[in-house]
Design a protein around this ligand. Structure first.
Ligand code: ATP
Length: 622
């Protein structure tokens, strides 16, 4: 089965005049370091372009800017003709990205990861199953489609990431160090699949690497050092500039041999631990002379053509290998097409039409679904989060009821039930907020951020996922309602679930907002608890507002959670034959009782405001 798409409509084609990648004067400055220092690049459609440089040269920073994940300090970028500043969504639709670190969701299967990607990029629904099968086949993972990705080896993950990046048929495929950390076998395998991709897909390849043999496979390379491109051209061109081969000799007397080479042949040889080295443009002739004209035994003679490392040394004064891990000892990958020869120019893949509301809703549904899949698969987490409110209701409820002789006993548990539901709503605020931070840290979030989906949609999907989880948990908690005396009534249960869903959505949105402010997942949980605990105590969730000192009761009036608790408690009271008056007093401003609809409206407004603020704070950049 071929992955080659059908001919693109004329309007969607990138003409030969439009470069696949164009960057002008690209610069990125962090506080005290210039990571990229004025880069100009033009990559033609269909070309494979390598960005070669040592650790810290600025390769990842450049790729992050090209892929819209980082905003350049200055300069301009166009991807397939889309300016990343004025048309970031167009640029995102045109590119696929394989990150340096894995950004797969380990708790989903390979097919689910691909399905998620297809929905983010609005791949036509009817084509999704076939494309998933085709891309899995392309990278040799068909037999592993339904395995959880966390059980994959490093090489398999890499191949799956390549498949995923190709699923929406991008015009430009970016690969940031595609084989880093892989063993030689896996590395060779990834290259075999990349070559296949080059052959079967009409895609421009842009890859960063510090492996010389990988750079040698590209049509063209740029050598980057300390944020600047020091030279650019086909590997053959770059090496030919050096002109001379290196001849390594091991002789019976290196010092005498060096003297004779100088005096008789006019050649300068340098002595090193492995013998003598000299440069020669006509190495065959020089070798013949070495054997015939030196009266010294030569044990070994080796002609080494110029390498990209020599090119690097020539332009920068140091070797690319200085300070980087040794190149894995694998056979160099054979080129997809001979280096230096222009690639066959075929029309690039079609650019998908700009996204509309339908595409956003599709992405929203998928992000939502993923949260539910995680919930369904995390049985321990689910059990613990259900157990906690039940323990609170029965243990804490029974304990405090004993302190309230007048209105205690079962009545207190009736009162506490609404508060327990609100406490259940706190769970997603913490879990969704911290998952945003963990996913940013472990990379998965970047899969979403580099897609053309709006930030608000990403956030909404995550918040709705958390809200659904909390609502399902609350539905299970309702099974504890009858034993404590709350009547079984479908209308009551439905109203409670709606109120809870609205409250959870609001709390989750503020949880994500807090996460964007805190930034570190390690501290987020504690920070949110410090804010949430007083809000819950001051909401009347656990004891009546009437029992609070005046200053606390006044604070409770400005606490939005008080209105959520009050709304739920009023709903429960409406279905009780004789609610104990001391515990079920309504929230009042002087003598004014806010109508229950106003309380619901307040919570809804809170949810919208939270989502809006979180979306504004939430940054695509990493
Ligand atoms: N967020 C950041 N804040 C500050 N400095 C940064 C940041 N990101 C990168 N740098 C610095 O910018 C320089 C270039 O980093 P970059 O990650 O782009 O290099 P690289 O060529 O991709 O290296 P490697 O091969 O190790 O990934 C480095 O000195 C790095 O420390």
């Amino acid at each position: 089965m071929s992955l080659r798409p059908g001919p693109a409509p004329a309007s969607a084609r990138t003409g030969p005049a439009v470069p696949a990648i164009k960057a002008v004067g690209l610069r990125k400055r962090y506080a005290d370091i210039t990571a990229v220092d004025g880069i100009d690049l033009t990559v033609a459609p269909g070309e494979s372009f390598g960005f070669l440089g040592p650790n810290g040269a600025g390769k990842t920073t450049t790729i992050a800017m090209l892929c819209t994940l980082s905003v350049p300090t200055s300069g301009r970028i166009e991807i397939a003709g889309h300016d990343t500043r004025t048309d970031p969504a167009g640029a995102r639709r045109s590119l696929g990205l394989v990150f340096q670190e894995t950004t797969l969701d380990g708790d989903l299967t390979a097919a689910e990861n691909l399905r998620f990607h297809a929905d983010l990029y609005d791949v036509p629904v009817a084509e999704v199953p076939a494309r998933i099968e085709q891309t899995l086949a392309l990278v040799g993972l068909t037999g592993h489609r339904d395995r959880l990705v966390r059980t994959y080896s490093g090489g398999m993950r890499r191949r799956l990431e390549i498949a995923r990046a190709l699923l929406h048929r991008p015009q430009v495929l970016f690969l940031d160090e595609p084989t880093i950390g892989l063993d030689p076998q896996a590395r060779a395998q990834v290259w075999r699949y990349l070559r296949q991709v080059c052959r079967s897909e009409r895609v421009t390849l842009f890859l960063t690497t510090h492996y010389l043999d990988e750079a040698d496979q590209c049509d063209r390379i740029a050598i980057i050092d300390e944020g600047r491109i020091v030279t650019e051209g086909s590997p053959g061109e770059l090496k030919s500039v050096l002109g001379a081969d290196r001849i390594d000799l091991r002789t019976a007397d290196d010092a005498a041999a060096a003297r004779l080479l100088r005096d008789r042949l006019g050649l300068a040889a340098t002595a090193g631990p492995r013998g003598l080295s000299l440069r020669a443009t006509d190495s065959t002739r020089v070798l013949r002379q070495v054997f015939t004209e030196l009266d010294i035994l030569v044990y070994e003679a080796k002609v080494v053509p110029p390498s990209l490392d020599d090119v690097f040394l020539h332009h920068t004064g140091h070797r690319i290998r200085d300070g980087v891990p040794a190149e894995p000892d694998s056979p160099p990958p054979d080129p997809g097409h001979p280096a230096g020869e222009p690639p066959s120019v075929t029309p690039p893949p079609a650019v998908p039409v700009p996204r509309g509301l339908r595409a956003e809703l599709r992405a929203l549904r998928m992000i939502w679904r993923r949260e539910l899949l995680h919930f369904a698969r995390d049985r321990t987490g689910t059990a613990v989060s259900l157990l906690q409110p039940l323990l609170f209701l029965f243990v804490f409820g029974a304990g405090v009821a004993g302190l309230l002789p007048a209105s205690g006993g079962p009545a207190y548990q009736l009162f506490l039930f609404s508060g327990i539901l609100i406490m259940a709503a706190q769970g997603p605020a913490v879990s969704v907020g911290s998952s945003v931070l963990w996913e940013r840290q472990n990379g998965f979030l970047r899969e979403m951020l580099v897609s053309p989906v709006r930030r608000g949609t990403l956030l909404m999907g995550k918040c709705l996922g958390g809200t659904t989880v909390a609502t399902c948990q609350a539905a299970i908690l309702l099974t504890a309602a009858t034993p404590i005396g709350i009547p079984f009534d479908v209308g009551l249960y439905a109203l409670l679930l709606i109120e809870l869903a609205l409250t959870t959505l609001a709390m989750t949105a503020f949880g994500v907002l807090a996460a964007t402010l805190v930034g570190r997942p390690q501290t987020f949980g504690t920070a949110l608890t410090v804010v949430m605990a007083p809000l819950i105590f001051l909401s009347g969730a656990m004891f009546p507002l009437a029992a609070m000192p005046t200053w606390m009761a006044t604070l409770a009036l400005v606490n939005p959670l008080s209105y959520a608790v009050d709304g739920m408690r009023r709903t429960v009271a409406a279905y009780l034959p004789d609610p104990p008056a001391q515990l079920f007093q309504q929230l009042t401003w002087g003598h004014w009782q806010p109508p229950i609809l106003a309380e619901w409206g307040l919570i809804t407004a809170g949810a919208l405001l939270g989502l809006l603020l979180a979306a504004r704070r939430f940054s695509r950049t990493t």
